[in-house]
Design a protein around this ligand. Structure first.
Ligand code: ATP
Ligand code: MG
Length: 392
């Protein structure tokens, strides 16, 4: 229970350890017991590893990001592909492919997106589909680890951000998969918490992560957020893509496109206002490349998420301790790929005027905010604690 939630003003749960010397809101370390969904990882190493690389991972529906203590940061689309048959093996080689390579060669590949709505997809699947999805998740995580470029013999300790509403079983699945992917020690935290950690917004703030599968809104009040501090809206980037596609199909039935083409166009031209540059794309019509203006379709679709976000903020503010409502309204941090929509910050601020106003801040490096926060957490956890979590 959140201490500032109106329904129960008592302080419950475990608090963050805050370093009094450091800047306000910046915790020195987090009480291990509140963080860890790591029961499955055995405490079996007696010695403390000396050569350790820490990594922060944001395992996203659309893209996964990694930030490493060696300074590496990288991104990969969360998609895995295996050659479909002997011919594709001959053309592409007998290896698993990841990210943009998969999208490029998708016609020759058996393609799998191992995350859906922010969570590992395999847990909702059965039989062969389940095995395939799980294998894709393991291979993706092993690939993400390799992107961080650990040196030979270096132990890898990772903090992985999971969606705020991930169940205990989902978190456990991430741990199991990280283990199978060769990560030596792993801790799972909620994704908005990781973003809050990176912008030092652990107290009296609202953090919003606009992803592909979900928009996660999380209220921070100096403790680890609980279920009542978090709202997940299942209308995010993928929803916008579908809405643009729907409109384009209705307005221009002869245009040929895939959802991937729509996503790319949206990322280039998304704007909530009508005074941005025109969104003119070249899509085939009967096989002939043709310029199409999709400005209105894009604008209408991206605008659909604004009331959802404002309503989420309203709910989190209105159920907070009245004395602190003003403060959290004035510290609304927005990150995630979707936060790059042109004019979104102003549109949310405008929407908030009806609920008493507020101040919206876009986080720096929106796509890496979760991974950066996870890395920061990883580095600040005591070494002995990591050792305890270490795999057999
Ligand atoms: N400039 C942009 N304008 C609008 N949307 C964008 C832009 N850049 C990226 N996006 C969208 O942001 C989403 C990806 O964001 P992000 O990488 O934060 O998501 P994710 O972490 O993979 O998803 P989730 O958090 O739901 O698991 C995609 O839907 C993508 O199309
Ligand atoms: Mg995300």
């Amino acid at each position: 229970m959140n201490p500032k939630a109106r329904s129960n003003p008592q302080v419950q749960g475990k608090e963050l350890i805050v370093n009094a010397d450091s800047k306000q809101d910046a915790p020195k370390a987090v009480e291990p017991s509140i963080q860890v969904e790591g029961e499955a990882v055995k405490d079996s190493k007696d010695s403390v590893a000396t050569d350790v690389m820490y990594i922060g991972i944001d395992l996203g529906t659309s893209r996964s990001a990694v930030a490493s203590s060696n300074g590496v940061r990288d991104l990969v689309s969360s998609v895995v592909g295996w050659p479909k048959d002997n011919i594709s093996t001959k053309v592409l080689g007998d290896k698993t492919m990841f990210g943009e390579d998969v999208i490029k060669h998708r016609l020759a590949l058996d393609v799998c997106w191992p995350l859906a709505d922010g969570n590992l997809a395999f847990s909702d699947l059965q039989g062969e589909d389940r095995n395939r999805s799980r294998r894709a998740a393991e291979e993706l995580l092993a690939h993400v680890k390799s992107l961080a470029r650990p040196t030979r013999g270096q132990a890898v300790y990772a903090v992985v951000g999971a969606p705020s509403e991930a169940t205990k079983a989902n978190k456990q699945a991430i741990i199991d998969i990280a283990r199978a992917a060769g990560i030596d020690s792993v801790m799972v935290v909620s994704e908005p918490f990781a973003v809050a950690y990176t912008v030092d917004a652990l107290e009296d703030a609202i953090v919003i992560d606009i992803g592909a599968g979900t928009i996660d809104l999380c209220r921070m009040s100096g403790t680890l957020p609980t279920a009542e501090d978090q709202i997940t809206v299942f209308k995010a980037g993928n929803f916008i893509d579908e809405e643009i596609a729907k409109r384009l199909r209705a307005n221009n039935p002869q245009v040929q496109f895939t959802i991937n083409m729509i996503k790319k166009a949206k990322e280039m031209f998304s704007s909530v206002t009508d005074n941005a540059q025109r969104a003119v794309v070249t899509f085939p019509v009967d096989g002939v490349p043709t310029e199409i203006d999709i400005t209105n379709e894009v604008r209408e679709a991206v605008n659909l998420i604004v009331p959802e976000i404002v309503d989420g903020i309203r709910k989190l503010v209105s159920t907070f301790d009245p004395e602190f409502q003003e403060r959290i309204r004035s510290r609304v941090f927005v990150g995630g790929g979707g936060s790059q929509i042109y004019g979104l910050r102003e549109a949310i601020s405008e929407g908030m005027k009806k609920i008493g106003g507020g101040n919206v801040i876009l986080v720096d490096e929106p796509v890496f905010a979760g991974a950066n926060g996870a890395l920061k957490l990883a580095r600040e956890m005591p070494a002995q604690y990591w050792e305890k979590l270490r795999n057999a």
